[in-house]
Write a protein that binds this ligand. Structure first.
Ligand code: NAP
Length: 267
């Protein structure tokens, strides 16, 4: 694979207004990329864009039908060609499957899977023409089913599987596809998910992003952040899936009574 650097490239980042997406924006801006920042919160995106310079803003709710196409059209209307797509926007909600609103479960699938596949399909021809690539933000949750995070973990398993398949399809065509799998990372993610037992030790988003960019440049198919995360994922192969999932169910069972809220099922 050819050498790759981000200077002078155009990178579209979804979920760029905070957390890992914001860290991508800051690091790629430092490396001389032009950015296209996408999320729902237009004000935050605009403030970040004016701070970083060389950045465009497209405000979009990616769970809305047709949103990916509208983002693609907005990119074309700005006369931009995207070299690298970073599908980072995503969320998860911790709780019993029957305690979470169906709409929230569906929204996780629409954002983490639906929008990611649509954006990848729309931007791939452009990315291929420019010999760039796609970074899909999956998760350590991709490697095993996770009780009380069931839909979220399943969406991330999809992202990992999908990305590795595309990596093999597109490699001979000079296009990079990477699944970046963070473990618990210090971002506002947990404000939306609720507290998740066992995730109090969190990585810095900047470190996750730097690892992801290095793996992308190296042409890897996937990368998991953190030595401890790599070790525990390695250990999975010595246990049955039933044993692992039963153990995780014990560890992750919500302790406190569920808080009422839009994400929770109405009592
Ligand atoms: P975060 O801090 O909550 O940021 C999520 C980003 O996605 C925000 O910019 C948010 O902006 C945007 N977003 C949310 N819903 C959206 C929608 N409907 N349409 C468009 N944009 C939307 O979360 P994060 O931790 O940075 O997570 C980034 C990615 O890493 C996610 O895919 C997550 O699953 C993955 N991940 C995170 C962790 C972790 O521990 N933090 C671990 C593993 C994997 P708006 O609210 O303004 O739209």
């Amino acid at each position: 694979m050819n050498a790759f650097h981000f200077k002078g490239k155009t990178v579209l980042i979804t979920g760029a207004s905070m957390g890992i997406g914001e860290a991508f924006a800051r690091e790629l801006s430092r490396r001389g990329a032009t950015l296209v920042l996408v999320a729902r919160g237009e004000e935050k995106l605009a403030a970040l864009a004016s701070e970083l310079g060389k950045a465009h803003v497209i405000a979009a709710d990616l769970t809305a039908p047709g949103a990916a196409q509208r983002v693609f059209d907005a990119v074309r209307a700005k006369g931009l060609d995207v070299d690298v797509l970073v599908n980072n926007a995503g969320f998860g909600v911790h709780g019993a499957f029957d305690g979470l609103a169906l709409a929230t479960q569906r929204e996780q699938i629409d954002l983490n899977v639906g929008a990611l596949v649509e954006l990848t399909h729309l931007f791939m021809p452009m990315v291929e023409r420019r010999q760039g690539g796609v970074i899909q933000v999956a998760s350590m949750a991709a490697f095993q089913p996770i009780p009380y995070f069931a839909v979220y973990a399943a969406t991330k398993a999809f992202v990992l599987s999908f990305s590795e398949a595309l990596w093999a399809e597109y490699r001979p065509r000079g296009v990079r596809v990477l699944a970046l799998c963070p473990g618990a990372t210090e971002t506002p993610f947990f404000q939306r998910s609720g507290e998740v037992p066992g995730t109090s030790k969190r990585a810095r988003p900047e470190d996750v992003v730097r690892l992801g960019l290095a793996a992308f440049v190296a042409g890897r198919a996937s990368v998991l952040h953190g030595a401890g995360n790599n070790f525990s994922t390695f250990l999975l192969r010595f246990f049955s899936r039933e044993f692992t999932v039963k153990t995780l169910a014990r560890l992750l069972k919500p302790q406190a009574p569920e808080l009422p809220g839009a994400a929770r099922r109405a009592a």
